[in-house]
Design a binder for this molecule. Sequence first.
Ligand code: SF4
Ligand code: SF4
Length: 541
Amino acid sequence: MASVPKPNELLKSINHTPPETWWMDKPVEFRPGTFCNASRPQYLEAVGFPFAREWRVTDDDWKLPPNWKEIYINGIKERLERFRTFKVFMDICVRCGACADKCHFFIGSGDPKNMPVLRAELLRSIYRRYFTTSGKLLGRKAGARDLTEEAFKELWYYFFQCTECRRCSLFCPYGIDTAEITIIGRELLNLLGCNIDWIMGPVSNCYRTGNHLGIQPHAFRDMIEFFCDEIEGVTGVRPEPSFNRKGAEILFVTPSGDVFADPGTYTCMGYLMLFHELGLDYTWSTYASEGGNFGFFTSHEMAKRLHYKIYAEAERLGVKYIIGGECGHMWRLIHQYLSTWWAPPKNLEVPVSPITGTRFEHAKSTKMIHIVEFTADLIKHGKLKLDPSRNDNLVVTFHDSCNVARGMGMFEEPRYVIKNVCNNFYEMPPETTREQTFCCGSGSGLNTDEYMEMRMRGGLPRANAVKYVNEKHGVNMLACICAIDRAVLTPLMNYWVPGVQVTGVHELVGNALIMTGEQERTTNLRGEPLPGMEEETDEDL
Ligand code: SF4
Ligand code: SF4
């Protein structure tokens, strides 16, 4: 792993002065810490992707096939015909620059090619050269350039420096969504076997075992049972979840990060406690054991293939609907794409809460609801006994995960839940939350160690807003509803705002939930003493 500069050194290195060199004349520089490793061939082979081979990003020769240009240009042509948005986005940018300073990677790196307008221009210039008359005739004067190996490498570098967060699209007067351009840009790279290891590994795992981490069914079950042991230790109440149970009313699917990576594991304990207390007729699946979908970071087709295991399992088990855990891109896919991919199996119905009777009409087409809306509805109807003082050691703020916020429009539900389970909550500045939220800097499959410098740069605007509420209000806990966020905000906070921890919303719910028959609690789900219980816990030790 490349060494990461110290925070002060990194801040000093950011220079937003426009360069004197025209962007087409500045070659791409592959500096360790700012790019991800190339995918290993076995991952591509596992899912039948083309041109599986050993190659390294820093090699001169990327071992592209002889007809690579033809494949790439044809790939653009197919997508121009298939995706109307792509065609429009290639043509209508007036280069007004309104999006230029809205990208966290530009803010944190100062690299002009990380301005959304210029990131898209990298591909537009190729489009112009091969698909527009002005570009064919006037070339560079019309903003067109040849597709060379150098240009191809540059496209690779900058499309893996975009987290597809869509923040820039909010500010574009023409509604251009650069994330959609990146999505197509990555599909084109994928046609030539040029994806990254951290994306293709999870994709191949998910295809084989049902989850990104490649966890086998028995290990998945063991982890959930372990959480039940832990919950019993804290509360005296042991949840008894079921697995692969036919005839359950609800299938619950969450990102595998909740099952295997702290602090997501505490969020998972919160789900188990809630469902147990409600007596919910639900089941886990050890096959559809992943809510996330890294396939989306390779191609629309792969995302579609990976998603179907959830519906196939819902059909096999005969459930009525699906509740999904705290995940980010899972929900963007469900809300923005799923209805155009698959019709839900016929056994699925419009979700109705068995506790409150609320019918979630907005989920009519997908039959999937987010656990935060399910829980917010429970609280609104007074169905949960809660003691928010158990979270009084926490001063909480909320990070809107890009995918659920901008991709789904879910802003109020998580805040409503948090305010009912915590007494101390402060918002970050409004230009950094809700629609305008800043990305964690590591989304869309870029949460890998070798990319750490770029992640710290990209996460700077988010960390800066956390630092503000940390200094002003003493915020010490950053809550979010995305498994990738839970994993990546932890190193980001350690780097920029040490002392601030990260949590999922249902960990806070689990702490506050008063369960029927529970013993007096002395610790929270992390095993830390509850406020006022410090001495008792010391004595226990
Ligand atoms: S989608 Fe996000 S990461 Fe990509 S260019 Fe826009 S603001 Fe930057
Ligand atoms: S705001 Fe829209 S039109 Fe203006 S430069 Fe950015 S993408 Fe182009």
